[in-house]
Design a protein. Structure first.
Length: 460
């Protein structure tokens, strides 16, 4: 079927919502390094049952390529899925580029981002196992909003530790979580032993995702019928997000096109992985020639400057050690507005692919990112969250390169969330108050040295 190139969006019917998630583990170029205990021995699945639902641990370690989506989860997905695939025609015209630019639009979910794709699934599996309350952390508030929504759908309580700087910057995210019934604490908080210890040393601590994770895990461990949930990084989280890429593949089939380049922002890696994993399947099995570009902030350059080694996912070292690109688990990020990208580590699967050169990475500062976002707003009309604005910056750069070379490339990126709760960030940009933070390499070196003092057995 031929579509007029001036079309605005490609839509699927509710009947075309995928029935399975795609699991990348069987198709990786090598086996994913196992999570480790502090003594360097591999974690056993049962070691994680105190934290996570058993089915989620099964999915985390599964080598099944396709995992069925429960019908109860698909039924909730129908509230907003399938999501549109847009052609950014006005942006193309503004840039005078021969490139075709598409974006998958995840902003129409109840929480305003891609995060409910896994929040609903995680809430469902915990409900089925008799769990009554879920805890989690959140940076910008997108994941916390999503989990509050998911818990609301399956009658679970939710306790959310929100990084303090975001708690103060984005009060309306907190209100949204509370409307869905969640309890929200600024992290570090006085609600946990670890939070109190951080505040005792530094009462003005702005918080970090590492600290918030520690608080949420401590809360879950110390209370019955309570489990912890994570919005990114882990395999089961990323596979739930593949519904994005699976839908996008169907949409490209409808218009007889296919991306040459797929771009996404990365904080923990879930939104970008959800988009590119299904296309990676094509690259491996159908020998499709497609490139993958991950974009992060210069203020938190986990992949572009971080060290590929074993590290904890949280500041209190409660999580297992994961092999990933890391800035060090004691990382305290500058208070940039892209709160969802302020994480010291990265999804191990994405890190492995980056180490093999299959995923490329690039970093931008927040000033140039917001400039790109302002171009997008003026041309396409949709207001992006600061996180996907990083991807937009990379797309604009690539489209300009195509203009200069004459290359007719097809570019796909993920608009993973709207910026309606980020108006203070845009106000700061318009008033020239944003600072182009660059995280110092010396600080990364010090953090990694501390890590190796803790664990001399870490070789790489």
């Amino acid at each position: 079927m031929r579509i007029d190139p001036k079309f605005m969006k490609v839509l699927l019917s509710e009947d075309e919502i995928p029935k399975h998630w795609y699991n990348i583990l069987p198709d990786l170029p090598e086996q994913l390094p196992l999570p480790l205990n502090k003594d360097g021995n591999p974690i056993k699945p049962e070691d994680l049952y105190v934290i996570f639902a058993k089915e989620l641990i099964r999915q985390e370690m599964s080598n099944d390529r396709w995992i069925r989506i429960p019908e109860e989860v698909r039924e909730v997905y129908r509230i907003w899925r399938p999501t549109p695939l847009f052609r950014a025609i006005r942006l193309e015209k503004y840039l005078k580029t021969p490139a075709k630019i598409y974006y998958k639009f995840e902003s129409i979910s109840p929480a305003g981002s891609h995060k409910p794709n896994t929040a609903v699934a995680q809430a469902y599996y915990n409900m089925k196992e008799g769990v009554e309350r879920l805890t989690t952390e959140t940076g910008a508030g997108q994941w916390g909003s999503a989990l509050a929504f998911g818990c609301c759908m399956f009658d679970l309580e939710a306790t959310i530790y929100m990084v303090r700087v975001s708690y103060e910057q984005k009060p309306f995210r907190r209100i949204l979580m509370e409307l869905w019934g969640a309890k929200v604490y600024p992290s570090p908080s006085a609600n946990t032993e670890f939070g109190r210890s951080v505040l005792e040393k530094d009462p003005e601590n702005p918080g970090s995702l590492g600290i918030a994770i520690s608080e949420a895990i401590e809360d879950a461990i110390k209370h019955e019928n309570t489990k912890y949930t994570l919005g990114s990084v882990l395999n089961h989280v990323l596979l739930h997000q593949t519904i994005i890429g699976l839908e996008a593949k169907k949409q490209f089939e409808m218009i007889e096109d296919y991306p040459d380049l797929i771009v996404g922002c990365i904080g923990g890696g879930s939104s970008f992985s959800g988009l590119f994993w299904p296309f990676y399947y094509d690259k491996v099995h159908k020998k499709k020639d497609v490139e993958f570009l991950a974009v992060e902030p210069t203020a938190c350059p986990s992949v572009t400057k971080g060290v590929y080694t074993y590290d904890h996912g949280d500041t209190a070292r409660l999580t297992p050690l994961l092999k990933m690109h890391t800035l060090g688990h004691d990382f305290i990020p500058p208070p940039i507005h892209a709160g969802g990208l302020r994480y010291h580590g990265m999804a191990p699967t994405l890190c492995l692919l980056a180490d093999h050169g299959i995923v490329k990475a690039r970093a931008y500062n927040q000033v140039e990112v917001f400039k790109a976002a302002s171009i997008f707003v003026k041309t396409e009309g949709h207001l992006p969250a600061p996180e996907p604005a990083h991807a937009i910056k990379a797309v604009i750069d690539e489209a300009i390169r195509c203009r200069e070379t004459g290359e007719e490339k097809t570019i796909l990126f993920l608009l993973c969330g709207h910026g309606h709760f980020d108006m203070k960030a845009y106000q700061d940009y318009l008033e020239g108050m944003l600072v182009p933070y660059e995280y110092p390499e010396e600080q990364i070196r010090k953090s990694i040295e501390k890590l190796r003092e803790l664990y001399p057995w870490i070789k790489s």
